[in-house]
Write a protein that binds this ligand. Structure first.
Ligand code: GLA
Ligand code: ZN
Length: 667
């Protein structure tokens, strides 16, 4: 069973250590309050040293030891790293890149997802594990594979080509459907049989965009097929034990997986998150990843299965975490719906590629800051047990769709400087700075509960999504749409008529032409109160057809044309922004929209102090995460008990610099 409190622990790889160390491991796990560990993720070669010959003895001992010590096992199927003997026997199960190069083994997560030999071998080992451990008392959860989608997001080999043709047959019912969807009349790409279709391998110049987009879908669906096949075996052998696979929803870390679809296949959503050192505020990216994870879980609680106690070792520069930062990170995930704070990994490796990656037990052992903080965090999490089952309360929805992102990143767009991910980050950050909690939503999802819906960049939008947004505004919602959204349908075909086809009614305008700017160029944009903002990267010739002009371009090709518009539609309002606004501009725009949506202004909260609520039958909890170097004072709606200190709290809660406070409100 998954531990009753907050899951605490990490990836545990005892196979890297002599057995004497194991006894110390479990003693230290108990000292730190560890209640669950992930095991067996990379153990295939040891479990099945030659084909069909299993050696479960080590894993038996590991699971027994964990169980004796009251530690639950998140037991992995090791199918992310097939053994060397397998590739010697099946060299064609190694993946091939777009240029036709076959990759080597000896790393990890390198295999062709369509390979029949891989699929058979993976299902055999999953079945063998299921048969052996289905009833094991330590078994809490199955962890299928590891981080589908990285580092190989698609394979271009002949097995994949054949598999792609089958996928096309199922999706389009034959070659005519494919020709139509991809617009193969252009550039003479017409096919007369599915047999003629290959993966979008490297060609002389740009290939067919519909083909490239469908290959992304196919690659994602193929990985999901593999997951589902393992999952079904485990469900059959151990009914009631949840099956998961660890996601990586942080957008930069994995872009090839449609987590909306995956969220529906797992029994519980789990996620891995690492801080990205790119000069931006790491806690904002963390909050965004956590919100996206909760959203793909449909709002239900999820488990943070990996993060780091301190530095990672796979970026060009890997700073250590500051004192207190690890707990702040862990608890920020909990605020946003996680019911676990787990790490990669338990004990820092001496050998191998990740020996400089931090761990719960560092090379320096227990007389270290990291270890002391690990023990402290265990105690803190223990005091939060009752938040289990409560749900994070969001203020606004941001629309996100992996398919649109894939489509927008295809070649030959109006500007390569426009980046959907950048806009999603920027809008998220602007909402974060207004202290609004964000749910992400699929463009066709029910939006009726949100007073404000933001569309940062959704180039691909189905007709159904367009209708959904129209209805949302008609019924009184407030919508904010950023440029180059609603342009193409699911096949990357431009919606008929003027841009933006899926949205022009609700926005009350058309866009006659895009006019992207050159690097370094910007344009002034004048607001209704005379305020001046700047846009860069993108401008447009917007023609209002019912919408009022709120901001106007002050210079450049589009001078005098609307930059920001507002349209009353039904009982609601739709805003449109046709240029790339920086933080100040986004804040001004969202200020207006938030007024239309009657959202609370939380101006009394300092920047970089997060206030997030989780509510449920178990009570109402306010999480305050202070990322600043000074004490913050945060007004509470009601009196309550602060769970980490055990103190009573009311009025204005003082949160020390860098600290977290969790108040359970009375009542
Ligand atoms: C990923 C993997 C882990 C480990 C960590 C290091 O999340 O799942 O095995 O490599 O990264 O940060
Ligand atoms: Zn392949």
């Amino acid at each position: 069973m998954i531990p009753e409190g907050i899951a605490y622990g990490g990836d545990y790889n005892p196979e890297q250590w002599p057995e004497e160390v194991w006894a110390e491991d479990v003693r230290l796990m108990r000292e730190a309050g560890v209640n669950m560990v992930s095991v067996n993720i990379f153990a295939w070669a040891l479990l099945e040293p030659s084909e069909g010959a299993y050696d479960f003895e080590r894993l038996d001992r590991i699971l027994a030891l964990l169980h004796e010590n009251g530690i639950a096992a998140d037991l992995a199927t090791p199918t992310a790293a097939p053994p060397a003997w397998f590739f010697r026997k099946h060299p064609d199960a190694l993946p091939v890149d777009r240029d036709g190069r076959r990759l080597s083994y000896g790393s990890r997560q390198t295999f062709c997802p369509s390979s029949p030999a891989y699929r058979d071998a993976a299902l055999r080992i999953a079945r063998a594990l299921g048969e052996r451990y289905a009833d094991h008392p330590a078994l809490a959860m199955w962890h299928v594979h590891n981080e589908y989608g990285v580092p190989v997001s698609a394979c271009y080999c002949d097995s994949c080509a054949a598999h792609f043709r089958r996928w096309l047959e199922t999706t389009y019912g034959g070659v005519d459907g494919v020709n139509e969807a991809w617009g193969t009349a252009f550039w003479g790409q017409h096919y007369t049989s599915l047999e003629q279709i290959d993966p979008p391998r490297t060609a002389a110049t740009v290939g067919n965009p519909g083909q490239a987009l469908d290959y992304k879908r196919f690659a994602d669906a193929t990985m999901r097929e593999n997951f589902v096949a393992e999952r079904d075996i485990l469900h059959r052998l151990s009914p009631g034990i949840p099956v998961t696979t660890n996601f990586m929803t942080a957008l930069s870390q994995c872009d090839s997986v449609d987590y909306w679809a995956w969220g529906r296949e797992v029994d519980i959503v789990t996620n891995d998150h690492y801080l990205i050192t790119d000069g931006r505020r790491t806690h904002v990216n963390l909050a965004m990843a956590a919100d996206l994870t909760r959203s793909v879980a449909g709002g239900a609680p999820w488990i943070l299965l990996e993060h780091s106690t301190s530095g990672v070792n796979w970026q060009p520069r890997n700073p250590a975490k500051a004192p207190g930062q690890m707990a702040r990170n862990s608890l920020a995930h909990v605020a946003r719906g996680s019911e676990g704070a787990m790490f990669f990994q338990w004990r820092q490796s001496r050998r191998g590629a990740e020996k400089f990656h931090s761990a719960m037990v560092p090379h320096g052992g227990t007389d270290t800051r990291v270890w002391r903080e690990v023990v402290e965090l265990g105690a803190s999490l223990d005091s939060l047990n009752t938040v289990r089952g409560t749900r994070t309360q969001a203020d606004v929805a941001v629309l996100w769709d992996w398919h649109s992102w894939w489509a927008q990143n295809l070649d030959w767009r109006p500007s390569e400087d426009h980046d959907a991910r950048e806009r999603a980050d920027a809008f998220y950050e602007a909402l974060y700075d207004r202290h609004l909690t964000v749910d992400f939503a699929h463009p066709e999802a029910d939006l009726s509960t949100y007073p404000l819906v933001v569309v940062p960049a959704l180039y691909l939008m189905t007709e159904a999504a367009g209708r959904n947004l129209r209805q949302y505004v008609e019924n009184g919602g407030t919508l904010v749409v950023s440029y180059f959204s609603g342009i193409v349908d699911e096949h990357d075909a431009v919606h008929p008529g003027a841009y933006p086809g899926a949205l022009r009614d609700v926005l009350g305008l058309t866009v006659e032409e895009f006019s992207p700017l050159l690097p370094g160029q910007s344009v002034p944009v004048t607001g209704p109160d005379g305020s001046e903002l700047t846009g860069d990267v993108w401008t447009e010739f917007v023609v209002p057809r019912g919408a009022e002009t709120v901001w106007t371009y002050g210079d450049g090709l589009t001078a005098g044309h609307p930059a920001v518009t507002r349209n009353r539609h039904g009982a609601g309002t739709a805003w449109y922004v046709s240029t790339r606004l920086a933080a100040q501009g986004l804040d001004a725009l969202l200020g207006w929209a938030a007024e239309d949506a009657r959202l609370p202004a939380r101006a009394d909260l300092p920047r970089d102090v997060e206030v997030v609520r989780r509510n449920g039958e178990a009570g109402s909890y306010v999480f305050v995460v202070n990322h600043t170097a000074s004490e913050a004072k945060v007004p509470l709606d009601a009196a309550g008990t602060e769970l980490l200190t055990g103190e009573r709290a009311s009025g204005r809660l003082a949160v020390p610099a860098g600290a977290v406070r969790v108040v359970r409100l009375d009542g």
